[in-house]
Design a protein around this ligand. Structure first.
Ligand code: ASP
Ligand code: MG
Length: 447
């Protein structure tokens, strides 16, 4: 069975819901379908929660009422029979009545998660009902009965596998199984979620759990590009990526995929295919266990980076110095993205600066501290194993005109990363595009 996940824009209007239905059912094979909320809905739900945190039920109700009107309008457009219009309308009214009820009582993070869950609950009900109206043998499985996180807020994979397999068995014989992305229960049985963009994660967890033939992530772009199309001209979709390469790209900027979602698919060996709902025939990007030797695949950039340097003559030959430095970041709940060390100093990057002044204060005990903000990490992904002689040089050579603050190479065999000033991001990405993705003797163009 294939798992198909459709993002917010892919189900963003009644028309798109109808098109997605066609896509799911054209080949007549059974599918497990994961849906996001209609685009914009989760943001609106966040806004409602925000009003309630600020003890402004009036503000919340205004937003709730206008969102309800929007959904009731969608119902008129989506269905062609009164029966399914009425059934769906009744469901939508119930959802919004519950939301209104929540504006009257105590508001905590528990209620917030319940509110955030409604977007996916609405979209999956609407599409399932539409399919039924069309005579498609579809069933809605609640993700709240399948996806659970553990006490560390990580997906409880054994539980998910057991429940997913069992739910499909108990409901055998349907052509389309629909479920909600993003939402789950936590270790205490409360409604929770897999964080923003988490529907991709749901799809990959379910694909791994049922050992799907393939996990398809349908968005509104034609796969992962070899560079940022908003900044660089002439970028192209990358046809194939190794799991690790895709994980690096997702983390370092290519917004198309949730960064941690690839992990379960990789472990289960289930390929992930990125496809475009606006152009379903386009080949997209396949992410699998095959590593293409001798190819640089793509470049991605992550902005909002701060570099912290610690220079210390005491670091020379001192064991335990790095541990002390890292501990300061750990106790301040700040994770480090990149590091570069020399015998007399170390530089690290962070993207969360909420504890920066505390960190800098504590680091000053160990050396002279410098902070560079407004930096970005540019990462080059592909076969960058040390055996592949000369490939890192091609990347560094491309940047010979650009001031580079840090370089990290050798952490994995798939990546070389540079830290440059945000102001130099555009010319860095363009220079790399020029050098890496033009035919020459050193770099094979990714196939
Ligand atoms: N609806 C959620 C969000 O907007 C999850 C998702 O779409 O992946 O973040
Ligand atoms: Mg997404």
């Amino acid at each position: 069975m294939k798992v198909m996940k459709f993002g917010g824009t892919s189900v963003g209007s009644p028309k798109r819901m109808q098109e997605v239905t066609k896509l799911i059912t054209t080949d007549g094979e059974p599918k497990l379908v994961v849906l996001s909320a209609m685009s914009g809905t989760t943001n609106t739900l966040v806004e409602i929660a925000d009003y309630l945190y600020k003890k402004n039920p009036e503000g919340a109700n205004t937003v709730i009422n206008s969102l309800e009107q929007k959904y009731l309008g969608h119902v008129q457009e989506l269905y062609s029979t009164d029966e399914w219009r009425e059934r769906t309308e009744a469901f939508i009214k119930e959802v919004f009545a519950n939301l209104r009820a929540m504006t009257k009582s105590l508001f905590t993070s528990f209620e917030e998660k319940v509110i955030l869950a409604q977007g996916e609950i609405l979209s999956t009900n609407m599409v399932t009902n539409y399919m039924r109206e069309q005579g498609i043998n579809a069933i809605l499985l609640s993700a709240l009965d399948i996806i659970r996180t553990d006490k560390n807020a990580e997906p409880d994979f054994n539980y998910i596998r057991e429940r997913a397999v069992q739910q499909l068995e108990v409901n055998e014989g349907f052509d389309v199984y629909i479920t909600q992305g993003f939402i789950c229960r936590n270790a205490y049985g409360e409604i929770d979620n897999l964080l923003r963009g988490g529907s991709d994660y749901t799809a990959c967890l379910l694909g791994a759990a049922i050992e799907a033939e393939e996990i398809q992530i349908w968005t509104d772009i034609d796969g992962m590009h070899n560079n940022d199309p908003r900044i660089v001209e002439g970028t192209e979709p990358v046809r194939q990526l190794y799991f690790e390469e895709a994980a690096e790209l997702a983390y370092f900027g290519a917004k198309i995929l949730h960064p941690t979602c690839i992990q379960p698919a990789k472990f289960a060996g289930v390929p992930v295919r990125l496809l475009n709902t606006m152009d379903p025939q386009a080949p997209g990007t396949i992410i699998n266990n095959r590593m293409h030797r001798g190819t640089i695949k793509a470049v991605a950039a992550k902005s909002g980076i701060t570099c912290i340097g610690i220079q210390s003559s005491r670091m020379l030959l001192a064991s335990g110095f790095l541990r002390k430095v890292f501990e300061i970041f750990e106790t301040n709940k700040t994770s480090i993205d990149m590091i570069a060390t020399s015998e007399v100093g170390v530089s690290v990057t962070i993207d969360n600066t909420s504890h920066l002044s505390q960190i800098v204060d504590e680091l000053k005990k160990y050396g002279t501290v410098s902070v560079d903000s407004d930096m970005c990490i540019v990462c080059v992904v592909g076969d960058l194993s040390s055996k592949n002689v000369g490939f890192e040089t091609i990347a560094t050579d491309a940047l010979k005109q650009i001031p580079v603050r840090m370089i990290s190479y050798g952490g994995s065999a798939h990546n070389i990363s540079f830290v440059v000033a945000e102001a130099d991001k555009q010319r860095t990405l363009r220079a790399l595009q020029q050098t890496l993705f033009t035919y020459n003797d050193h770099v094979r163009r990714p196939s």
